[in-house]
Write a new protein. Structure first.
Length: 349
């Protein structure tokens, strides 16, 4: 921005809601009034933290400036707005779409291994508690260890399906990326998560059996706790799990806050017994390998139902509805900016 515009911005009263200059004091000289004329003709200027290069070329210059204004909502003492969070997600999605297939698969494979730590800890705790308290209470108490794997995934920024990929549908909803690229990305992440999870189940759950941390009976009991419902119940539970915490993770501003939020949300998922596709894959596949009650067909049907449920919960309830909120807030910012410019024009005359 030119130097004279910068001078006016420093002398003006700041406004977080509309992001435009207010009238200068009555003592402001004629030079400031001239800069005011040039400001009225320019798009809304916003934070320097977000550059035009960060946004897709398909977006108009005016919309880019408006989005940058929304993204500048960065007061640490206040919760971030929906629009500010979704701007973050669109930028993150743009970077993820540009990653190589090998990078995506490796990250997803790593997440599949990391998330298995949750089940390993839960199963060990359940086997221990089941000997001293009723099975129902042992199941509930052991589920409180559910967040451990998720925390590791979030800190390591690995790609876990639903937790870090459902909001990648935002660029598709805004016609920035084609649908086939999103489906390809999902396919790679799901494949990496499932392969990583199955390898974890084959190696680490088998190791736990030989270390006598738990028994094959405990594996069967926990698998039936996951599978013992009609398909539509599992689907609804998976929808709820897919919706539960996607948006909250992005609203956190530091590692500690992220850990607290992930612990609360995933702890609730585990406590309620909601179905998560990648953790559930490890739980049921372990029973397929080492238990006595799960067949291959039962495992595959479960995996398909819970994957679809998580996707619907993440995409429909989060991406579509939150995206509409994002668009409404963008329009609101535009209207406020237009009103501010009109008010400045009236004052000049």
């Amino acid at each position: 921005m030119p130097k004279d515009n910068h001078t006016l911005e420093e002398s003006s009263d700041s406004s977080k809601d509309i992001g435009v200059d207010k009238d200068a004091d009555d003592t402001t000289d004629s030079h400031a009034n001239e800069t005011s004329d040039s400001d009225a003709d320019e798009p809304i200027k916003a934070t320097e933290d977000l550059e035009n290069d960060d946004l897709p070329e398909e977006i108009s210059d005016e919309d880019k400036e408006t989005i940058k204004k929304v993204a500048s909502d960065d007061n640490l003492s206040q919760a971030k707005s929906y629009a500010s969070i979704l701007v973050e997600q669109v930028i993150h999605a743009k970077e993820t779409f540009e990653r190589s297939l090998g990078s995506l698969f490796t990250s997803a494979f790593t997440a599949g291994l990391e998330i298995g730590i949750s089940f390993f800890m839960i199963l060990s705790a359940f086997a221990l508690l089941n000997d001293v308290i009723p099975s129902r209470y042992a199941m509930v108490l052991s589920s409180l260890l559910y967040p451990i794997g998720f925390i590791i995934v979030v800190i390591g920024q690995s790609l876990l399906f639903t937790e870090q990929t459902s909001l990648l549908s935002l660029p598709v909803l805004n016609k920035i990326e084609p649908l086939h690229k999103l489906l390809r990305l999902w396919g790679i992440v799901i494949a990496g998560n499932i392969v990583g999870g199955c390898i974890f189940a084959a190696l680490m759950i088998g190791l736990g059996l030989h270390m006598h941390l738990f028994t094959d009976h405990a594996i069967d009991v926990y698998a039936e706790h996951i599978l013992g419902f009609e398909w539509w119940v599992i689907f609804g539970s998976a929808c709820q799990a897919g919706w539960a915490w996607l948006h909250l993770v992005t609203s956190a501003r530091d590692t500690l806050s992220r850990i607290v939020l992930v612990t609360l949300i995933t702890g609730s998922i585990g406590f309620l017994g909601l179905h998560h596709s990648i953790v559930g894959n490890i739980e049921v596949f372990s029973a397929l390998l080492y238990g006595n009650t799960v067949s291959l067909w039962r495992y595959l049907v479960f995996l398909v139902v819970v994957l679809v449920g998580n996707t619907v919960g993440g995409v429909v309830f989060v991406a579509v509805l939150k995206n509409r909120t994002f668009l409404f807030e963008i329009e609101k910012v535009k209207e406020q900016a237009a009103e501010a410019r009109a008010k400045m024009d009236r004052r000049r005359f």
